[in-house]
Design a protein around this ligand. Structure first.
Ligand SMILES: Nc1nc2c(c(=O)[nH]1)N[C@H]1C(S)=C(S)[C@@H](COP(=O)(O)OP(=O)(O)OC[C@H]3O[C@@H](n4cnc5c(=O)[nH]c(N)nc54)[C@H](O)[C@@H]3O)O[C@H]1N2
Ligand SMILES: Nc1nc2c(c(=O)[nH]1)N[C@H]1C(S)=C(S)[C@@H](COP(=O)(O)OP(=O)(O)OC[C@H]3O[C@@H](n4cnc5c(=O)[nH]c(N)nc54)[C@H](O)[C@@H]3O)O[C@H]1N2
Ligand SMILES: [Mo]
Length: 763
């Protein structure tokens, strides 16, 4: 071992600090952490102004996550969470990335900074251009920027050589215009962050229930007998969901958690809106905690299905809801036949759990009827992700736990408007009805050929089949898998354009030329044609509501996202009959067009002005499954997968710390997991460490194995952790270099960010 490496392992030199996990989530610590971020980034006065408007009926939608707000009752000053406050502090930061900043720092210099430092540089204030062979970005006028983009797009041999990415913060109005422009330009190349996120949920739910969205409302949590939280860490990523779980408990419901890690937020919770509860024990949340192995979920759910079936045979009519199954579903016989092919003895060892623990969970499901299942990335980012979710649906359908109060599906979305962007047509596989509507309203021939999703877009750029990349928000290079391969793909492009609020790595890994278009954020006032505008968003439960910024924009050079799309459209489209300029001058006009083309938006401009917004139609919520292929809710057959590991190989999941928003790193602490001041860590089971001769904070390199390919990431510190054997965890995005592009989920093509086969070598 070199001297340097030896030094690095010492706690003192890396600055890493490990401590016991806290016993409870949220509470006063969360409030003080939120306030200190806001104070540091924004300042006290403006900070208070901001916090008083998050998620209020007349304020802006929190850009933190897609968890819904209470329908009418909102807490004064506190309808937000620690991480929502951090998200808006990041956006409203005092720090600015001005033309001067780019003059003094070359692209090379900036790219040597950490993601944390890049993010902390601040808000981009002016449109910027990186010329071919240039070392520094230079200021460019909006018109010149639009013209350069228009020229480059029009030089392409086919519109399919351009990629138009979207991240999920974009408003409905901007998303609608963006997809309309892209389709008038002539392609469906509209990959989005959803391809890496809940795509698997959308596919599984559409096939089984006829709608790609969840069925529950917030109020259902007050009525549920059992809530299952599987593959999700709400204490960090959807903290306001803990209030809903706590309501379930107060009303006598039970919570089952299924997760390889004991996530503190799911164990115990202190309500931030009730200071009297900050001192004291807090509320226990999870009743049964199943620390399943990574990717052991189908085996676990199948064991539960077997136990339910056995009990139903013993006491007919006491477990299954026969009326519901008869009236509403298809495929019960083949499901039960298929279950016969498995034995409990063969299934449960794949979960890493004791059978008795699973039996306790099964018992709760057997005895109760009103069941909600919540899930997120722990289920969607696996090879068999679609199977994971279909198996959940099997459980709900046997119980008739859907389309009734206190029961149903709850895929918890990530980005605050990721669901709305899809509703607006941001999708590489649009359906024909939607395209027909666009054609009728806008008088053009919409492309019918399906476009590239994220994985295929990367491959196409790498193969030089696409050479212009435009990103409506997001941080493509850091969010996507296979970082080295993806960097090459972007570098192959002639032009990469990022429409962004803050500096990120995608501004630094570019095509031959690059443009940054700085846009208004959620928190900022949006004036068009001298009138204040508002936008709309759709949350995780299908409620569409207003969002209106209240802060003065951080620079007077910013354009809104709709105005940017219109600028690009005007510079690109030669034969459009759409009056783009008028659409950007008054967002009511965009909403009229949405109403004319997308079902569920009748009277949009009127209803969006109702306090709290309105619910979109949801067939599953209404117990109607006619949109599926069979016209009924479908049972499905799913395989309990088994990933064969060689001795000394491990499964690795890449997860979020408590101090980041996807690729935006707020700080270096993962407070709830007791890991402070370092992100390059690998969480390992203590017995596994012993077997390999590893000690706490040893410095290791990680190699991932996929077919015959190997990828390496160097320099991670080993953290002993309560995690099942042969399972490990690292943080996203540092570990993305290890995720092979071709390792993606069946049917949804989502990168398998939660199952990567690795080996670990000590330095
Ligand atoms: N503060 C904050 N909020 C966010 C985000 C953020 O980065 N920061 N990101 C937003 C976005 S875009 C999204 S999609 C969501 C993400 O929200 P989550 O899905 O909660 O985020 P992850 O950190 O990816 O956590 C996945 C969880 O699944 C568990 N898990 C991993 N593999 C498995 C498995 O095989 N089986 C089971 N049962 N569990 C498993 C992990 O232990 C972890 O608890 O959060 C949104 N909200
Ligand atoms: N290994 C691994 N990889 C993953 C995941 C994982 O769990 N593991 N999770 C995946 C998931 S679930 C997701 S959703 C993706 C996220 O992928 P992305 O959505 O592409 O990434 P973000 O980090 O959310 O994007 C942050 C950037 O968005 C810009 N931005 C912020 N607000 C706005 C706005 O209002 N307008 C505009 N135009 N720009 C804005 C800022 O410049 C900021 O730097 O990552 C995926 N990648
Ligand atoms: Mo996401």
């Amino acid at each position: 071992m070199t001297k340097k490496a030896k030094e690095l392992t010492s706690e003192k030199l890396t600055g890493i600090h490990l401590h016991e996990n806290p016993k409870s989530a949220v509470g006063v610590k969360a409030i003080s952490s939120a306030l200190s971020h806001v104070k540091k980034e924004v300042g006290v006065g403006k900070g208070i102004q901001l916090l008083s408007k998050i998620n209020q009926l007349d304020g802006f939608d929190c850009p933190g996550c897609a968890w819904p707000d209470p329908d009418q009752k909102r807490a004064f000053l506190a309808e937000y969470c620690e991480n929502g406050a951090k998200a808006i502090a990041e956006e409203a930061t005092k720090n600015k990335v001005s033309p001067m900043f780019f003059m003094t720092h070359s692209v090379q210099e900036l790219s040597e900074m950490s993601d944390y430092e890049i993010g902390k540089s601040g808000r981009i204030t002016h449109p910027m251009y990186l010329a071919e062979g240039g070392t520094h970005y230079q200021e460019i006028s909006w018109d010149d920027a639009f013209n350069k983009i228009g020229n480059e797009l029009n030089l392409l041999k086919s519109p399919n050589e351009a990629i138009f990415y979207t991240s999920g913060r974009t408003s409905n109005e901007a998303a609608f215009l963006y997809q309309l422009f892209v389709r008038q330009f002539g392609t469906n190349n509209l990959p989005d962050c959803s391809n890496m996120c809940h795509e698997s949920s959308g596919i599984a739910l559409t096939e089984t229930l006829g709608i790609g969205k969840g069925s529950v409302t917030l109020d259902d949590f007050n009525h549920a007998d059992v809530v299952i939280v599987i593959g999700q860490n709400p204490g960090t990523n959807h903290p306001r969901m803990l209030t809903a779980l706590s309501d379930t408990k107060k009303n006598g419901g039970k919570i089952i958690t299924i997760n390889p890690l004991q996530e503190v937020g799911l164990v115990n919770y202190k309500d931030p809106q009730n200071p009297l509860k900050w001192i004291g024990k807090g509320q226990d949340l999870t009743d049964i905690y199943l620390q399943v192995k990574i990717n052991g979920d189908v085996a676990l759910l199948k064991t539960i299905l077997k136990l339910m079936h056995e009990e139903e045979i013993k006491n007919p009519g006491t477990v299954f809801n026969h009326q519901f199954i008869e009236d509403k579903t298809a495929g019960i016989d083949s499901l039960l036949e298929d279950l016969e092919r498995y034995s409990i003895e063969e299934l449960y060892p794949k979960t890493g759990l004791e059978l008795d623990e699973i039996k306790k969970a099964a018992e709760l499901i057997i005895k109760n009827e009103k069941i909600i299942i919540c899930w997120a990335m722990g289920l969607t980012q696996h090879k068999n992700a679609v199977d994971n979710i279909r198996e959940l649906v099997n459980v709900l359908l046997l119980k008739g736990s859907i389309g009734k109060k206190g029961a149903g599906t709850c895929p918890v979305r990530g980005h605050s408007n990721v669901q709305g962007d899809r509703t607006m047509g941001i999708w590489e596989k649009p359906n024909n009805d939607f395209l027909d509507n666009l054609e009728k309203e806008f008088h053009f021939k919409a492309p019918r050929k399906h476009g590239f999703d994220v994985v295929n877009a990367i491959q196409a750029m790498h193969d030089k089949k696409a050479s212009v990349f435009i990103g409506m928000g997001g941080n493509f290079i850091s969010a996507t898998p296979d970082t080295t391969f993806t960097a090459k793909a972007l570098e192959n492009c002639n032009l990469t354009v990022q429409i962004s609020t803050k500096l990120n790595r995608s501004h630094l890994v570019t095509g031959k030329t690059a443009i940054i278009l700085p846009c208004l954020g959620r928190t900022e006032i949006d004036y068009q044609a001298d009138k204040e505008q508002f936008v709309s968003v759709e949350n995780s439960m299908g409620i569409v509501h207003q969002s209106k910024g209240t802060l003065k924009p951080c620079s007077d050079k910013l354009y809104s996202e709709p105005a940017i799309v219109v600028g690009i459209a005007n510079a690109t489209l030669k034969k459009t009959t759409t009056n783009w300029t008028s659409l950007a001058s008054n967002y009511d006009l965009i909403r009229d067009k949405i109403e004319a083309t997308i079902p569920g938006f009748s009277n949009f401009n009127k209803r969006i002005r109702n306090k709290g917004g309105f619910y979109l139609p949801n067939n599953a919520r209404e117990n109607n499954f006619t949109p599926t292929k069979t016209g009924k809710a479908n049972f499905s057959l799913n395989k309990a997968s088994e990933i064969k590991l060689h001795k000394n190989q491990f499964l690795m999941m890449t997860i979020r710390t408590h101090d980041q928003y996807n690729t935006t790193i707020y700080g270096l602490n993962d407070r709830y997991r007791g890991i402070l001041n370092e992100r390059r860590v690998i969480l390992m089971n203590k017995e596994d460490m012993k077997r390999l001769g590893f000690k706490k904070l040893d410095l290791v390199d990680i190699t991932s194995h996929f077919k015959s390919e190997e990828r390496k990431a160097k320099g991670f510190l080993v953290v002993p952790y309560n995690i099942p054997a042969q399972c490990t965890a690292t943080y996203f995005p540092e570990a993305n270099v290890l995720i092979p592009l071709k390792s993606s989920a069946d049917k949804s093509n989502t990168p398998t960010s939660k199952t990567v086969v690795i080996s670990i070598e000590k330095r």
